[in-house]
Design a protein around this ligand. Structure first.
Ligand SMILES: Cc1ncc(COP(=O)(O)O)c(C=O)c1O
Length: 366
């Protein structure tokens, strides 16, 4: 096997680990490792899946009905909406459209684990700006937007801002983002990744869609997804709202026809059932509050949790802590040497998380 000659792979790609999903949960375990929505799909959404175009035919390459619908929902033209197979696809498309060899892409770190590979795959250079170091409990894990603006050079082509930040939880405020956008040159793309936007309750949080930032700043594109609040992770559908020309560039680098008819139908049915789905979001937010308050009462330092997950900064005890959760039938997402992200899942999972966290807090918090 060692002498086998294989096709030459670009060194930057060969050095990357291929994407590996977290372990599947056993029959009695709760899967709290991928920030999925724990609720079963709505019957109306399942029903919509039976009304797709015949599967021997290609889907509508433009996802026209969904773009029309989202345009009406947010008061923009369909051309100012772009739909793809998950918002992670749109991240790839936008980075490929803006950044290449010699260019830089800035993002906060630690943040969404897909970000580091985006510039690398495009041949560009990723620039990680550490999250803000703050004194005092429950206040870490925030973007340092001043440092991110300071990191801009004449090679910067794109900046990703993740709010709420996956995996730590805090939001970027509206005032912070406004000041940041003023500091970034107008020809640098700013991707505002709001994958968890529907779970946000902080009144001062930036909301790229409500604030219509892309209208005043055509270099800002807002990303949303149907995977989290709307519970369609398995169907892969996400969207961007922004300037038509910027989104045209994403449409150009994207693989055509990757949004299936099933995904488009389910997304439209989810918008029809939005009120019902947002009640589920409210239930998840209630569970999040119970979880955060319980963890803090046990003595954990938990940053503000504004997504559907909480962050435990377990530092160099992370692997041990994750093992304790797995022992308790809870599949969580450890980031070795840093911390553990736990999704807010089924109602019964909340107590189970608190039982394990309570039993390890004194031994495993750094
Ligand atoms: C911050 C962030 N952005 C984007 C995504 C991608 O979501 P999807 O591709 O399912 O729309 C995720 C998924 O976990 C995420 O955490």
């Amino acid at each position: 096997m060692t002498d086998e000659i294989l096709p030459r792979i670009r060194p930057a790609i060969a050095a990357l680990a291929p994407y590996r999903q977290g372990k599947p949960a056993g029959p009695d375990a709760f899967k709290l490792s991928s920030n999925e929505n724990p609720f079963d799909p709505l019957p109306s959404v399942v029903e919509a899946l039976t009304h797709i175009t015949p599967i021997n035919r290609y889907p509508d390459a433009t996802a026209g009905r969904l773009r029309e619908r989202l345009g009406a929902r947010y008061g923009v033209r369909p051309d100012e909406v772009h739909v793809a197979s998950g918002s992670v696809s749109i991240l790839h498309q936008l980075i490929l459209a803006t950044s290449s060899v010699g260019d830089e892409v800035i993002y906060a770190w630690r943040s969404f684990e897909a970000y580091p590979s985006l510039p690398l795959v495009a041949g560009a250079t990723g620039v990680q700006v550490p999250l803000r170091q703050v004194e005092g409990p429950n206040s870490g894990g925030r973007h340092d937007l001043d440092a991110m603006a300071d990191a801009v050079t004449d090679r910067t082509r794109a900046i990703i801002v993740c709010t709420p930040n996956n995996p730590t939880g805090p939001i970027v405020t509206s005032a912070e983002f406004a000041a940041f956008v003023e500091r970034v040159p107008a020809d640098v793309l700013i991707i505002l990744d709001e994958a968890y936007g529907e779970f946000v309750t902080a009144p001062d949080a930036v909301n790229g869609l409500e604030e219509r930032i892309f209208e005043r700043h055509p270099n800002v594109v807002v990303l949303r997804t149907f995977s989290k609040a709307y519970g369609l992770a398995g169907l892969r559908v996400g969207y961007a709202i922004g300037h038509e020309k910027v989104l045209d560039a994403a449409r150009t680098t994207g693989i055509p026809l990757s949004v299936t008819s099933a995904a488009e139908n389910a997304a439209i049915a989810s918008l029809d059932a939005e009120a019902e789905l947002l009640e589920r979001v409210a239930a998840i937010v209630e569970r999040r509050t119970v979880l955060v308050e319980g963890l803090r009462a046990q003595g954990w330092d938990v940053p503000d949790a504004q997504g559907n997950f909480v962050w435990l900064p377990t530092g160099d005890r992370t692997d041990e802590a994750a093992a304790a959760f797995v022992e308790g039938d809870l599949i969580v997402r450890p980031f070795s040497g840093d911390g553990i992200r736990i999704s807010v899942g089924e109602h019964e999972s909340v107590d189970k998380v608190l039982q394990v966290s309570g039993s390890i807090v004194r031994t495993l918090q750094p």
